[in-house]
Write a protein that binds this ligand. Sequence first.
Ligand code: SAH
Ligand code: SF4
Ligand code: F3S
Length: 463
Amino acid sequence: MQAKLIEPNRIELQQGMAQEVLDRVRGQKKTYYIETYGCQMNVRDSETIAGLLQRMGYLPAETKDTANVILFNTCCVRDHAEKRLLANIGALKERKDGEEELIIGICGCMMQQADVAKKVMRRFPFVNFVFGTNVLWRLPELMLSALNGERLILTEEEGFAICEGLPARRSNPFSAFVNITFGCDNFCSYCIVPYVRGRERSRELSEVVGEVRALAEQGITEVTLLGQNVNSYGKGMDVDFADLLKAANGVDGIRRIRYMSSHPKDLSPRLMAAIAENDKVCHHMHLPVQSGSTAILERMNRRYTREGYLKLVEDLRRTVPDIELTTDVIVGFPGETDRDFEDTLSLMDQVGYAAAFTFKYSPRKGTRAAEAADQIPEPVKKERLKRLNDLQARKTAENNQKYLGHRGEVLIEGFDRRQQTILFGKLDTFKMVYFPGDERLLGTYQTVTVTECARNSLLGRME
Ligand code: SAH
Ligand code: SF4
Ligand code: F3S
């Protein structure tokens, strides 16, 4: 869907309020801390929140304990995140009792569920405000109301319009996330995302490319284009994801283009060709399969079969021979039989993913699968998850072997936490390599040769 934009007069109003906050905190060295849960969308949203707070005069805090503003950016895709969050908010009560001026806000996907937002406000009377996923741009209003001693819930934003031009404080100096679509229309039967992120809408191609260009001008060389389903970018518009890859490929200064996630049902031959033809597009695809059983895929509303998925992988590998695949898998979806699970194992074995994110099915209130009568008992889920992880560990190690002696370029992103003389960087295929080097090389591209394959990582040396 082509997105509506937030009206300029509403943005101006917020800018006025941001100025008011700035006037109130100026010279006071106020700081903020954002705790982010969930996926890259939330990481990117937290960067926008940080950018807005800095515009209002707040500085990043060294630790949560010293921050004057604490924000939790929440996720609700699976159960455990919720419990952890509630415990973390509860733990702040004592501090707030002794420090009335502390501002506490909760946002993100969990808060987009109106009943949860209300529950949080009721259960934690010391929380200043709660806001949903699509009203980041109204943060000045929320901060101002908190400074005025009011409590506010902002979760409804009719139409889910896009707000362009918000500031961002990027968390990685070399590699940046760029939103291309928001929301999701797929309604996989287990998934809460379409309910908390709204309908799928795409940013204008010129806006995306403009952001990529601005990032390149700041010295960023790698971008990751973000969407719940990037392959369907441009739905209802006259451009598609292949066009976007081509346009981004033309931006000077950008050396690598990554993207995630891809939905198998929208992976067209045209898109495969675009990946092969545009030299900056990395040879890695995160292509969640979720299950290897056609019957389960059908109940998940994934709109592809086991055979269809395997055919896609074959076509993709023919078009882009060295492409690495990673995936997401759910075990213990309602009605999953031993036979269905065996199908998942055999698919994983056949495809040979470089890595897999594996999850136990977690019923989410309001989704179709949560209503199913044939839920799988926890011990079965647990056992299946273990078997799946054991298989993937073997496949990862096996896949790593092919890199022995491999020579390739990495973007150096950081150094080992334990040894500052060991750097790490990623190959084009998303494989991480560790090698000795000097921290002055951070952010540069270097050619490395892989000399050893540890269980989960590759070790190498620089040329
Ligand atoms: N839009 C992305 C994924 C978003 S959620 C995509 O489609 O690829 C990330 C992953 O969480 C999903 O791929 C799925 O494997 C997992 N997930 C989502 N809902 C879940 C649930 N209710 N229980 C367990 N895992 C879930
Ligand atoms: Fe959820 Fe499916 Fe949309 Fe991914 S594609 S966000 S799994 S509904
Ligand atoms: Fe979680 Fe929302 Fe992402 S539910 S996985 S943070 S889209």
